[in-house]
Ligand binder design. Structure first.
Ligand code: CP
Length: 311
């Protein structure tokens, strides 16, 4: 595997999930694979889980790790042919090549603007690194996708499912901030890939990119959608059509113990208690959010392992 930008970069999702579960029981098995190799992680945005789990994953493989919060570096220019006489000090063309001299793998987190839809959809930041870096690139959440999170979610479902084809529902939740579509997009793509009975529920008007949703059933009645669910993945996203706007904060969409029934509760974290989900759910045995975040390490580790093995 050359890069991990999207789920489709994995040679086989099913095998990768099994390999990640195997790594979890013996995380240091390949501790020599990454000797004298360096992972550089670039953060344009905040992170808790992605930063720590990816660093831990790299260290399991024996890699050295360097982290750069981009706010501490020179402000980057991404446009071609621009006269750089304003705020930007360094072009990504130089920066990506320079970083590539210090890195064997470069991981990038860069959220969308949520203001310019076409620009966000073009994935201009991560694709600039793909274009100008000379080492493999790993997506640690880009404008439209969070494939490491989705891989961790697939691992979690595989570990905890009690039937061959569980029912999985993605349920929108209210949130006071304008949030990206990346986690929901990648979760949808992952559920379309693995053997689950998948559907989603959200208020009318909150339809996601049709090129991603495809023929996934959307059930607008949340209670009907949640009926007999085995796993309920709760996530807010801002409006996609009325791009980057909050057009509903309806608290009735918050996940409650009553609505959850006997399903397992999933969320990528961080989560706002009693806005997105009530305390009773997060504090119950049905919540598997801590397992999900633990699996972020093994998702990152299997991805780094496949890239290192590719040479
Ligand atoms: N789920 C996730 O990506 O968490 P962080 O934003 O804390 O990295």
């Amino acid at each position: 595997m050359n890069n991990y930008i999207k789920i489709k970069d994995l040679p086989s999702v099913v095998l990768t999930v099994q390999e990640a579960i195997a790594l979890k029981s013996d995380p240091y098995k390949y501790k020599k694979l990454g000797n004298h190799k360096t992972l550089v992680m670039l953060f344009f945005n905040a992170s808790l889980r992605t930063r720590l789990s990816t660093e831990k994953a790299a260290k399991h493989l024996g890699m050295d790790v360097i982290v750069l919060n981009v706010t501490d570096a020179w402000q980057l220019e991404f446009e071609s042919g621009v006269i750089m006489n304003l705020d930007t000090s360094e072009h990504v063309k130089e920066a990506a090549q320079v970083i590539s001299q210090y890195a064997d793998i470069l991981a990038v987190r860069a959220f969308p603007s949520l203001k310019d839809k076409d620009k966000d959809l073009s994935e201009w930041i991560i694709n600039s690194f793909v274009n100008y870096a000379t080492v493999p690139i790993v997506n640690m959440e880009s404008a439209t996708g969070h494939p490491l999170q989705a891989l961790a979610d697939a691992i979690t479902i595989e570990e905890l499912k009690t039937k061959q084809k569980p029912k999985v529902v993605l349920s929108w939740a209210p949130h006071p901030k304008v949030l990206p579509h990346a986690v929901a997009n990648s979760f949808i793509e992952m559920m379309q890939t693995i053997d689950v009975d998948f559907s989603m529920t959200h208020p009318k008007g909150y339809e996601l990119n049709p090129d991603i949703v495809k023929d996934t059933p959307v059930i607008y009645d949340q209670n009907e959608a949640l009926k007999d669910a085995d796993f309920v993945y709760v996530k807010n996203w801002s409006n996609y059509k009325d791009y980057g706007k909050i057009t509903s904060q309806d608290p009735h969409w918050m996940m409650t113990q009553e609505k959850l029934g006997t399903a397992k509760f999933m969320h990528c974290l961080p989560v706002r208690r009693n806005v997105v989900v009530e305390d009773a759910v997060l504090d119950s045995e049905q919540s598997i959010v801590i397992t999900q975040s633990n699996n972020r390490t093994y998702a990152a580790q299997i991805v780094l392992k496949k890239i290192l093995e590719n040479g």
